[in-house]
Write a protein that binds this ligand. Structure first.
Ligand SMILES: *Cc1c(COP(=O)(O)O)cnc(C)c1O
Length: 415
C-alpha cells in the first residue's frame, strides 16, 4: 500500500492497525472470515473505474467488452457450484438482495412470514425497524420454547393463519439445519413463494456439508462474504421462471450500476469454492463448531439446542452470572472477538441480551483444528470466570496473540 502511505498516511495507518487486529485476535464473529489475497486483488482492481448498468449484452453504457465476460463468468460459476437455473450477481449486499426479492413479488402491504429477529432471523426478514417490516405486513415464526428448534407444525399453522405471499427460511443465529423440504410443502399448501436466505451457511452448502435449499426454493439469496469467503456482496439464485422478475428488481428496481470489482472478486471466490481444499475447509468449519460446542458444554455452558450442526453456536450465559454484553466486552479485551446475541425468549434487552454467538469460519480459514479449538474453549471459560480482572484479560490476550502467530491468516501472511 505504498501509494496510500504517501497520499493518505492517516487511513494507511488505520488499515495497518486493523490488519494487526485481524492477525492477532481469535475472530469468532459468525459472519466474518478471511478472504484470499486473490480476492483482495480483484476487489481492489481498476474495475472500480467502470460503469455497467444493465446486464451482459444489454448495457446502458458502452465499453463493456471485458466487463460482460467477467459478469458472465461469475454467473456461470455460481450456477455450476450451486446447481441454480438463474443467478444474479449484482446485489450490493445481502440486505439489498432481499429487498430486490420483495420488490419482484410483493406490493406494499402484502404479507411475508419470516423467522423472528430475536429467534435468529435477519432484520430484512420483516423486523419492525427494517423497510421489510415497515412496507409489508411482516409476520414471524418463533423457535420452540422447549427445544430451541424450528417447530414446523407451528410454522404451518402460522402460514395457514396469515396466508403470506412469501415464506422466508434462513437465519443469522440458528445452530441447526432447516428442513427445506418441509418449508417447500408448507409454502405449497398456502400458495406462497419460498425464499431461502442462506447468507450465513452458503459456504457450507458450496462445500457439500449442508443441505442445499436450491432445489426447493423459488428464490435463494446469499451474501458472498460470510462462510462462502468472498468479497462483500450478494447473489440471488432462482428458478428460470423468476429470472426476468428478479433481474428487473435488482436493476433498475433497487440498484444502479453493479460494482464490477466485486463481481470479479465473486467470480474468484466461486472458483476457490469449487476446489477440493474448500470442501476440506467447509468440513473443518462444521467439525470445529461441533468440538467448540462439546467442549463448552463440558465446562457447564448452556448451548441453545445443546449443540450445533453448522458453523455457529449460541450460548445462554444466564447460569454464568454475566450478560452477553459483559462477556463479549471482556472476551474482546482478551483477544477473542464475538458478539452478544439474544437467545430465544430472552428476558433481557436486545442491546444487552443473555447470550453470545460465535462461529468458526474465520478461525478455520487460518488453520485452527480440534486442538486449537479446545484451547479456545479454555480461554473462553477462563475469561467468563474472570471477566472483571483486567490483568487476567491482558494476560489472556498475550496468549491469544501467541497462538495466532502460529496460524498466519489468509491475506495477512506478510505480517
Ligand atoms: C448477513 C445477513 C444478511 C445481510 O447481509 P448484509 O450484507 O449485511 O446486508 C441478510 N440475511 C441474513 C440471513 C444474514 O445473515
Amino acid at each position: 500500500m505504498h501509494s496510500m502511505k504517501n497520499n493518505d498516511p492517516e487511513i494507511h495507518s488505520l488499515i495497518q492497525q486493523e490488519e494487526q487486529r485481524q492477525a492477532k485476535k481469535i475472530r469468532l464473529i459468525a459472519s466474518e472470515n478471511y478472504v484470499s489475497k486473490a480476492i483482495l486483488e480483484a476487489s481492489g482492481s481498476i474495475l472500480t473505474n467502470k460503469y455497467s448498468e444493465g446486464y451482459a449484452g444489454k448495457r446502458y453504457y458502452e465499453g463493456q467488452q471485458i466487463v460482460d465476460q467477467i459478469e458472465e463468468l461469475a454467473i456461470k460459476r455460481a450456477k455450476d457450484l450451486f446447481g441454480a437455473e438463474h443467478v444474479n450477481v449484482q446485489p450490493y449486499s445481502g440486505s439489498p438482495a432481499n429487498m430486490a426479492v420483495y420488490l419482484a413479488f410483493l406490493k406494499p402491504g402484502d404479507t411475508i412470514l419470516g423467522m423472528a429477529l430475536p429467534h435468529g432471523g435477519h432484520l430484512t426478514h420483516g423486523a419492525k425497524v427494517s423497510i421489510s417490516g415497515k412496507y409489508f405486513d411482516a409476520q414471524s415464526y418463533e423457535l420452540d420454547r422447549e427445544t430451541g428448534r424450528l417447530n414446523y407444525d407451528a410454522i404451518r399453522q402460522k402460514a395457514k393463519d396469515v396466508k403470506p405471499k412469501i415464506i422466508i427460511a434462513g437465519h443469522s443465529a440458528y445452530p441447526r439445519i432447516p428442513d427445506f423440504k418441509i418449508f417447500r410443502e408448507i409454502a405449497d399448501e398456502v400458495g406462497a413463494l419460498l425464499m431461502v436466505d442462506m447468507a450465513h451457511f452458503a459456504g457450507l452448502v458450496a462445500g457439500g456439508v449442508h443441505p442445499s435449499p436450491v432445489p426447493y426454493a423459488d428464490v435463494v439469496t446469499t451474501t458472498t462474504h460470510k462462510s462462502l469467503r468472498g468479497p462483500r456482496g450478494a447473489m440471488i439464485l432462482c428458478k428460470q421462471k423468476h429470472a426476468a422478475a428478479i433481474d428487473k428488481a435488482v436493476f433498475p428496481g433497487v440498484q444502479g450500476g453493479p460494482h464490477d470489482s466485486t463481481t470479479a472478486a465473486i467470480a474468484v471466490a466461486l472458483k476457490e469454492a469449487s476446489s477440493d481444499s474448500f470442501k476440506d475447509y467447509a468440513a473443518q468449519v462444521v467439525k470445529n463448531a461441533s468440538v467448540l460446542a462439546t467442549s463448552l458444554m463440558e465446562k457447564g455452558f448452556h448451548l441453545i439446542t445443546e449443540g450445533t450442526e453448522n458453523h455457529l453456536l449460541l450460548v445462554d450465559l444466564t447460569n454464568k452470572g454475566l450478560s452477553g454484553k459483559q462477556a463479549a466486552k471482556a472476551l474482546d479485551k482478551a483477544g477473542i472477538v464475538m458478539n452478544c446475541n439474544a437467545v430465544p425468549y430472552d428476558t433481557r434487552k436486545p442491546f444487552d441480551p443473555s447470550g453470545i454467538r460465535m462461529g468458526t469460519p474465520a478461525i478455520t480459514s487460518r488453520g485452527f483444528k480440534e486442538k486449537e479449538i479446545i484451547q479456545v474453549s479454555e480461554f473462553i471459560d477462563q475469561v467468563v470466570h474472570n471477566f472483571e480482572d483486567e490483568q487476567f484479560l491482558q494476560q489472556t490476550a498475550e496468549k491469544v496473540e501467541k497462538l495466532c502467530s502460529a496460524f498466519p491468516a489468509p491475506g495477512l501472511e506478510h505480517l
